[in-house]
Design a protein around this ligand. Structure first.
Ligand SMILES: C[S@@+](CC[C@H](N)C(=O)[O-])C[C@H]1O[C@@H](n2cnc3c(N)ncnc32)[C@H](O)[C@@H]1O
Length: 313
């Protein structure tokens, strides 16, 4: 890493670590959060839970309709690459908890790895209902031969948070719109299989779904996975994140990409990332996705245009 890149990374890391809000949310989310918190205290859980589900789906549907303008703009602007990217992001949005800019960042990382010929599979740890996995699969399927996609999840939702997930003296685990508990973010294996193999019709041969807790499945599959080009970590908690990094970072090829979806949203996730960097003595250049996620390249060198040309938004 060049001195300039290291200096940039060092200068930015402390700002991120001290940042209380972790990641600034949009004004609508900032307004909704206290409103939902008040409703939760007033309403019985049997009324609040379905109400939250309806409001959340409506919120996601509005965001998706707003995103449609990107698809249309790319089409009208005769930008085939931009149109293809926007159309794919739009098509997976109903099945993903990841926001549009996070999906775009994953798409860009995957496409860039293929363009640079970085060897290895695509891996997602934390799949939920499979939207982002389907997006990765659309890129993986375009390589020749297609890239293997490994998908890891409990398919029982999140485990309990641990004390590492709470910032000192606070009840909150981060800036999510509602408190995350055991079972949150649930997607079933059946839903993901239906999405990948029935709706999108991907070839089963190139996709492996592994059900279970990362702590059990990742060490057991490390060897079989082999080289990784794209490691996407989306498990929210400290233990889930550190386990993915400890188990799979060494499999990532030089120049491969690591995406950490919850870096700016969950205290424990960010803690795990920085503890891992300290343990390995690495200072990667972090590229934000604009909504709290980051990505970085392994062993990125100054000559890697991708790492040095992308600036903070
Ligand atoms: C935020 S969701 C993932 C969102 C997904 N990438 C998408 O596109 O919507 C987090 C997922 O991580 C899984 N998860 C978190 N920690 C885990 C662990 N230790 N072992 C297995 N699965 C875990 C949960 O089951 C959940 O499906």
């Amino acid at each position: 890493m060049s001195d300039t890149m290291r200096a940039t990374s060092d200068a930015l890391a402390p700002a991120y670590l001290d940042d209380d809000a972790v990641c600034p949310r949009n004004p609508l989310v900032r307004a909704l959060k206290p409103a939902l918190a008040s409703l939760r205290t007033i309403l019985p859980q049997r009324i609040y839970a379905p109400l939250y589900a309806v409001l959340f789906s409506a919120y996601k549907a509005v965001l998706r309709q707003l995103y449609l303008k990107n698809v249309v703009a790319r089409w009208l602007g005769r930008d085939p690459a931009g149109y293809s990217r926007a159309k794919r992001v739009y098509s997976v949005m109903p099945y993903s908890l990841v926001g549009a800019s996070g999906l775009e960042a994953t798409f860009d990382a995957a496409s860039d790895l293929i363009a640079r010929g970085v060897p290895g599979s695509f891996v997602e740890c934390g799949v939920a209902r499979g939207g982002c996995a389907a997006l990765m699969a659309t890129v993986a399927a375009e390589d020749s031969p297609p890239r293997k996609l490994w998908l890891f999840d409990s398919f029982e939702g999140l485990p309990d948070p641990t004390p590492e997930d709470y910032k000192e003296g606070r009840k909150s685990t981060g800036s999510h719109i509602r408190p995350l508990v055991r079972g949150s973010c649930l997607g079933t294996r059946h839903e993901v299989e239906r999405l990948l193999f029935s709706r999108f019709k991907f070839t089963r041969r190139f996709i492996s779904l592994v059900q279970g807790w990362f702590q059990d499945t990742l060490p057991a599959h490390r060897k079989r996975i082999g080289q990784i080009a794209l490691l996407r970590i989306d498990g929210d908690w400290y233990e889930s994140t550190i386990c993915c990094l400890d188990s799979l970072y060494d499999n990532v090829s030089a120049g491969g990409a690591i995406v950490i979806d919850d870096y700016g949203v969950c205290y424990g996730c960010k803690k795990a990332v920085h503890e891992f960097f300290a343990k390995r003595g690495i200072h990667p250049h972090l590229i934000p996705d604009g909504r709290g996620g980051i990505r970085f390249l392994k062993d990125s060198r100054p000559e890697c245009a991708y790492a040095s040309q992308i600036s903070w938004r």
